[in-house]
Write a protein of this length. Structure first.
Length: 116
């Protein structure tokens, strides 16, 4: 079964980290990603550019659209990336997420709809 693992964190905290700490975290993420990709558990995923680069499109009930700069919500924890997990069940997806190497990040796991 496939799950999306949404990875959210505090962008200000990332920006405030010392360069060496940031480098070490990215090395840990690279190792985490590589090991799980080699095992076939993480089948895709990407880091996202900062929320300041986001553009939001809202579609109203009448079909009109509004386009604005920035993320669609105000919050401290903003989406920083995602991974697609291919695992047996939710328990395994949660076990994978529990090994994420960045303290303070928030991981949301959602099943991906599979249509026949």
């Amino acid at each position: 079964m496939k799950y999306m693992m949404l990875i959210a964190g505090d962008e200000d905290a990332w920006a405030a980290r010392p360069q060496e700490e940031t480098k070490a975290l990215y090395e840990g993420i690279g190792q985490w990603w590589g090991e799980r990709s080699a095992a076939g558990v993480v089948v895709d995923g990407h880091e996202l550019e900062p929320s300041s680069t986001a553009t939001t499109v809202r579609v109203a009930m009448d079909g009109s659209t509004t386009v604005t700069d920035g993320p669609f919500i105000e919050g401290k924890e903003l989406l920083g990336g995602f991974g697609i997990l291919d695992v047996a069940d939710l328990d395994q997806a949660l076990s994978v997420a529990a090994t994420w190497p960045v303290p303070g990040d928030v991981l949301e796991i959602r099943p991906i709809v599979q249509r026949d």
